[in-house]
Write a protein of this length. Structure first.
Length: 133
């Protein structure tokens, strides 16, 4: 997990910047103007917030002449998304192995019903033990 992402997301001004950049690319001046509509903030302060977001991988920047255009980088949100998904569904890591276990149990039941050995690894070991005895 990338601690920089959560440190960057901890600040409400930076979260607001990310909201402003969702789906659009904006120059620093437009971001500053949008933030100033809610509370006083200087352009250098906005640039500092953008620097933190950039270092955390949450935004990307594109230069066009002397202007810098910032955009949300969805790849930067992935560590936070994965961590939060793990909290929401802590058993997700066991989904694949549990599905495989359910398949093996079903094969065993089917084999007992029909009287035919299943192709699972456990039956092969039993066959060898019977051949040896």
């Amino acid at each position: 997990m990338n601690e920089d992402v959560f440190a960057a997301l901890a600040d409400p001004t930076r979260r607001r910047v990310l909201e402003l950049l969702a789906g659009v690319e904006e120059p620093v001046s437009a971001i500053t103007a949008a933030l100033q509509a809610h509370h006083p903030i200087s352009q250098p302060a906005v640039s500092q917030h953008l620097k933190v977001l950039l270092a955390a991988g949450l935004v990307s920047v594109r230069a066009e002449g002397t202007r810098r255009f910032y955009a949300l980088d969805p790849r930067g949100l992935e560590p936070a998304r994965q961590w939060l998904a793990g909290l929401a569904d802590p058993l997700q890591a066991f989904a694949g192995p549990l599905d495989a276990l359910a398949t093996e149990v079903a094969r065993g039941r089917r084999a007992r019903r029909t009287g035919t050995p299943s192709a699972g690894r456990g039956d092969a070991g039993q066959d060898r033990a019977q051949d040896a005895g």
